[in-house]
Design a binder for this molecule. Structure first.
Ligand SMILES: [Zn+2]
Length: 437
């Protein structure tokens, strides 16, 4: 399911997840259980508040032995103890120093360590070896490493893959009681397979979630922004001056940190409120020119109309977002009255046609590779999704199929189908870039 998650502290004021074209949004019985995403705190967060039980001395435990007053001190023993103490202190200092050196300017989060893909670190290879000579600081994410095979169709392309949900947020599940199918797991499986197919075509893939861990929507977008800054620095095409860039990086990292535990703590940083603030506009403007970078979010759908089946690809345009938000201050007065949700100007710099074309090409490629995933609903659909709205990369959100449909469930439980879907997504990327768009 796609969460629109427009503004608020994790609440969905107007969730578009059931807006299937031609199907009236219905409320009532839920065929698929709603995710417990917002109800549960992240286990990692909960663990940090857990306290160890107080240590009690066992009854009858022997008291520490005291040195008898007249006993002589052993000078050799003292020297050995001091040597051990000094060695331990030096070791701790060395470890702390090493961690500080490697961690001070990198996103303080394990995701960043894995988000750069499997290519390791170091200078990019091939033509794209520009470093921070443009004045940029390239150490806030892992360096983006390009393949060395310039003949591959996706050489030089960077695909940010976002497997939806994860951890305590399982997305849609089936059946509601004792589920055997979890959207979060299907999304990750397909994303991992897609990564392999894309890399085989020469792409650099950044996987935003590599295991079953929870990661907030805004943290995903903040990571994408940071990688865009990194990418632009490496290629020497960053249009944001150093002062603004440093401030943006600091705010994006803050946003990641604040959004590292639960979805409802309001830490959206530069993405707070409706519309787009001036700071976010700087990024959006720059990203509109990063035509070799793409953001793909992978989800699995559900609907109470269980006959609906197949893949759909969602995208955003300025119009789809503005239409969806224009009545929000009236419908949700909290946005107009709460200073933490400022009402800001709409952004008119998205290339909606490009996004729409990508969605169409992706749908065609996925269903060419996996014909069993053709849909009986609209194949592409534009609306307002946080993971597409809050950046300005060419992007799409792929709902691979419906867990609420029996045939789709069988297909999405089949490894061959997942493989075909992944291959289709990669084919779609190749086709899209080959189209010259
Ligand atoms: Zn989803």
């Amino acid at each position: 399911m796609a969460e629109s998650n427009r503004h608020s502290r994790g609440q969905n004021p107007r969730d578009a997840r059931y807006d299937i074209p031609g199907v009236q949004r219905a409320h009532g019985q839920q065929y698929i259980q709603e995710p417990t995403f917002y109800a549960n705190s992240n286990p990692a967060s909960a663990a940090s508040f857990r306290q160890d039980p107080p240590v009690r001395r066992a009854a009858g435990k022997k008291q520490p032995r005291r040195r008898s007053p007249g006993k002589k001190k052993n000078p050799l023993r003292r020297i050995i103890l001091w040597l051990v103490f000094i060695t331990v202190c030096l070791s701790v200092a060395l470890i702390l120093n090493t961690n500080w050196k490697t961690g001070c300017s990198v996103i303080p989060d394990t995701t960043s360590a894995t988000a750069a893909g499997t290519s390791g670190t170091g200078s990019p290879a091939g033509e794209n070896t520009a470093d921070a000579s443009s004045g940029g600081n390239t150490s806030y994410t892992e360096a983006i490493v390009f393949s060395s095979d310039t003949a591959k169709p996706l050489y030089g392309k960077v695909i940010i893959l976002d497997p939806g949900h994860g951890g305590s947020d399982s997305g849609c599940i089936y059946p509601a009681a004792n589920p055997t199918l979890y959207e979060s797991r299907i999304n990750l499986l397909i994303a991992q397979k897609t990564k392999a197919y894309l890399e085989a075509q020469g792409a650099t893939v950044i996987l935003l979630r590599t295991d079953d861990s929870w990661i907030s929507l805004y943290r995903r977008v903040s990571l994408a922004h940071l990688y865009c800054l990194q990418y632009a620095d490496q290629l020497g095409i960053n249009t944001i001056d150093t002062e603004d860039k440093d401030r943006l990086i600091s705010e994006l990292i803050d946003s990641i940190v604040v959004n590292s535990d639960t979805a409802d703590n309001g830490g959206m940083g530069i993405m707070a409120g409706t519309g787009v603030g001036s700071e976010l506009s700087l990024l959006m403007d720059m990203e509109s020119n990063l035509t070799d970078v793409m953001y793909l979010s992978i989800h699995t759908n559900s609907n109470e109309y269980t006959s609906l089946h197949g893949t759909q690809v969602y995208y955003v345009t300025d119009d789809s977002i503005i239409a969806s938000e224009k009545d929000l201050p009236t419908e949700e007065p909290e946005y107009a009255n709460d200073p933490s949700f400022p009402l800001r100007g709409e952004y008119y710099g998205r290339n909606g046609d490009r996004n729409a074309l990508l969605a169409e090409i992706l749908y065609d490629a996925i269903t060419a590779s996996a014909p069993q995933m053709e849909t009986n609903a609209e194949s592409t659909w534009s609306d307002n999704y946080a993971v597409l709205r809050e950046h300005n990369l060419t992007g799409a959100l792929i709902e691979v199929g419906f867990l609420s449909n029996k045939t789709d469930r069988a297909n999405l439980s089949d490894a061959d189908t997942l493989d075909q879907i992944a291959a289709g997504i990669a084919d779609g990327c190749v086709n899209f870039f080959a189209s010259g768009s």
